[in-house]
Design a protein around this ligand. Structure first.
Ligand code: CAA
Length: 379
């Protein structure tokens, strides 16, 4: 067992770190306040090979392993998790094509995303089916060589900005998961439209919307896998994308720790820097220890995915643990900053707002516990 990073991994980490410090962090407060979408910044990240990283080299991509993408994501999220969510959403949307696309489909959808800057959305959640994926209602009715899609998706990251949408729809609602298929749809397809942008508590740089499907005609050739395989494709996708969510959460938490340590050295109370008091030292120690544990679980789960091992339980360990850590650490960071921490003059209130979303998206942490418990009971 060797915990050291290779030279290539260190170089990747350094590229992402420099980009986060020079381009992301300085713009984070502006995009947080305005909710303006940081397209130009994300495009620059793409130029550095930090976006759509799951596209295999055979299809023109950088083909990062999941563990390598975790290394990059932690650095980017240190700068701004909202921007990083939009960046990572490309891999979430492309992963079903990587997993289940035919060679022809991979050429048609992956190669253009490797050759040009494009944004991708993963359309799974619905107003009445978030945690319960098998209960989704978006209807895909077969009509000759096409499917016709009708319904609504919600909480769709990059929903108003995407060039490509990976969409999960059912041909038979009563069949639950067995009726679901996955489709790839291009922006501009008649009937596909994005609704209002959500006015979110945190991660305000990312674009989150409702997406409507009004008689959207999709050729059967753009269905991934066989009819009815969509649910498993979605689950296999989430197994692979949850470790990077752990990395994203670790980036938020690490930033909160670094800000807290710097503040604890400067801020004085009772005539001494507050870092001299055990009350603050113990908070800092717990933050550092928990961040390290979250990172280790994240890297272990990513390694398992990269080895082709069944990783559901470990991906859920990482997602659940690291995102709970991010919530705890950012809350404690606000505590260390005291009244200052509760104002927008200081960076930690944004980190706390951003961290909350991590416990909710890509499967709530209650769903992660459900996945873990089911795997335990199956063993
Ligand atoms: N890999 C392969 N197959 C899997 C699987 C996996 N990880 N998990 C389940 N399956 C299979 C099962 O073996 C079963 O197969 P059979 O039909 O052959 O028996 C089938 O799929 C159905 O599985 P379950 O009975 O376990 O399904 P369920 O309906 O009881 O529950 C669930 C599944 C875990 C609760 C699932 O619905 C779930 O993960 N929900 C959370 C959804 C989620 O994470 N959404 C995130 C949206 S994306 C997002 O948030 C991102 C963003 O904005 C940036």
């Amino acid at each position: 067992m060797d915990f050291r990073l290779s030279d290539e991994q260190q170089a990747l980490q350094e590229t992402a770190r420099r980009f986060a410090r020079s381009e992301i962090a300085p713009a984070a407060a502006h995009h947080d306040q305005t909710g303006e979408f940081p397209r130009a910044i994300i495009q620059k990240a793409w130029e550095l090979g930090l976006v759509s990283t799951c596209i295999p080299e055979t299809y023109g991509g950088v083909g990062l392993s999941v563990i390598d993408s975790c290394l990059a994501v932690e650095e980017l999220a240190w700068g701004c998790s909202g921007m990083t969510t939009s960046i990572m959403c490309n891999d979430l949307g492309l992963m079903p094509i990587v997993i289940a696309g035919s060679d022809e489909q991979k050429k048609r959808w992956l190669e253009p995303c490797a050759a040009d800057f494009k944004l991708v959305s993963f359309c799974l959640s619905e107003p009445e089916a978030g945690s319960d994926v098998a209960g989704l209602q978006l209807l895909a009715e077969r009509d000759g060589d096409d499917y016709v899609l009708n319904g609504t998706k919600c909480w769709i990251t990059n929903g108003g900005e995407a060039d490509v949408y990976t969409v999960f729809a059912t041909s038979d609602r009563s069949s639950r998961h067995k009726g679901i298929s996955a489709f790839v749809i291009a922006r501009g397809t008649p009937g596909l439209s994005a609704g209002k942008k959500e006015d979110k508590m945190g991660q305000r740089a990312s674009d989150t919307r409702v997406v409507h499907f009004d008689n959207v005609r999709v050729p059967a050739a753009d269905r991934l896998g066989h009819e009815g395989e969509g649910f498993k494709i979605a689950m296999q996708t989430l197994d692979r994308t949850r470790p990077p969510i752990g990395a994203l959460a670790t980036g938020i938490a690490r930033r909160a720790l670094e800000e807290s340590v710097a503040y604890a050295k400067e801020r004085k109370a009772f005539g001494f820097p507050i870092g001299g008091f055990q009350a603050v030292q113990f908070l800092l120690a717990d933050m550092a220890k928990d961040i390290e544990a979250g990172r280790l679980l994240t890297h272990q789960s990513a390694w398992m995915v990269d080895q082709g091992l069944r990783a559901s339980k470990y991906s859920s360990f990482a997602k659940c643990f690291a995102t709970d850590v991010a919530m705890r650490v950012t809350t404690d960071a606000v505590q260390i900053f005291g009244g200052n921490g509760y104002t927008k003059e200081y960076p930690v209130e944004k980190l706390m707002r951003d961290a909350k979303l991590m416990q909710i998206y890509e499967g709530t942490n209650q769903i992660q516990r459900l996945v873990i418990a089911r795997e335990l009971l199956k063993e």
